[in-house]
Design a protein around this ligand. Sequence first.
Ligand code: MG
Length: 458
Amino acid sequence: MLSSRRLFGTNGIRGVVNKELTPEFAAKIGSAIGTFFKNGKLIVGHDARTSSPMLTKAVIAGLNAAGCNVLFAGMAPTPALQYAVKNHKVDGAVIVTASHNPPEYNGVKVVWNDGIEISREQEIEIENIFFEEKLRYAEWNKIGETEALIGVIDEYVEAIKKHVDADKIAKKRYHVVVDAANSVAALAVPKLLRELGCKVTTVNANIDGTFPTRPPEPRPENLKELALTVKAVNADVGVAFDGDADRSIFVDDAGEIHWGDKTFALIEKYFLIENPGEKIVSPISSSTLVKDIADAYNGEVVWTKVGSVIVSHTMKEVNAKLGGEENGGIFYGPHQAVRDGGMATALILDIMADTDKSLSKLLDELPKYFIAKGKVECPDEFKERVLEKLIEQTRGFNTCTIDGVKIWFGDKSSILMRPSGTEPLYRLYAEAKTKEKAEELVREFSLKLKRIINSVKS
Ligand code: MG
């Protein structure tokens, strides 16, 4: 990943610790970021990974060397650090985290003065400084200073509470189970929930950068313990976070785990009831549910390429207040236009309290879809030509080609075919009103894809 001239992936720089992400690399990228920010003032914080304190010290040394002053916020959720950027009116932030990646990874996210991750154009500027050795080191008497920034988590919790009816939630005395993935969600979410009058039970809430109990990605197969705990203690809601607490996945009172676009559709529904006519931003990989809700409640969906930074930037461009992803990223603009697991949790409780309905009931009221997934092998060098042919051959359909090809059919079924960004294959993702139809779509279009791949190969 770090061998080419490209450092930033879809969400910051990621790499294996002490292989790609060495302290030397961290200091140099710190200086490149510091050169980019031109003697600015930056917040720096990190997640709970074993390597995060070591890499953070190196990043700060690099930033100071380039003349940037640093407010060091310590270990905190990514959205809390992003909120702190706006709240303390600084020039940006550097966050040392690898989000949901396995424990041997770490990463670097760079945030602009609006709290949103920098654009691809800005990343390229940093990459050019890094690779063309355009680092600007400060004179000995202009080296940046570092001071501690205390209280970002308290400020973040206070900010979230302002966007919901805290008294109404408190009256319900909800029992919530929090699965913090042994990481930074544990520092903020139980506190937020207790301040909202909830009873809190935690699982995986001890900070442990080895992630001893479950991988830091909140995929349904990793959340069995949470679902069982919700049932065992008879809780109203369960919520699981990823390694830096920007994504949240919910378990209802019946112990059922729901994918993120379903809870997003629920938030979207009640947001549009209050704010009709608003634009809703979502990647093309999200369920048709998002469109159904927008159609039913007078909203307009703006589909984007897959990627949280793209969602944030699109929200700014089209002036949208709500965005969401199928992986559990909820972007609530009135708070901040970035994924925020704590904010998402408060919004779900707010809807439950306001409607006086259980989470299982609320989700049951949404339109239902069945999902089927597939994959077809395709060498990387053919991916682009295959995509061109696929677009050509699906021209008569109702399609969106912003990221792969998505086809919507008249019977509410759909299929998305996207080249994988990391593996030599195409992924297929179908949705339909019956399981059989979804599976049939995956079969039919896998064959179509295979034929195209073979024709491109020969
Ligand atoms: Mg994350």
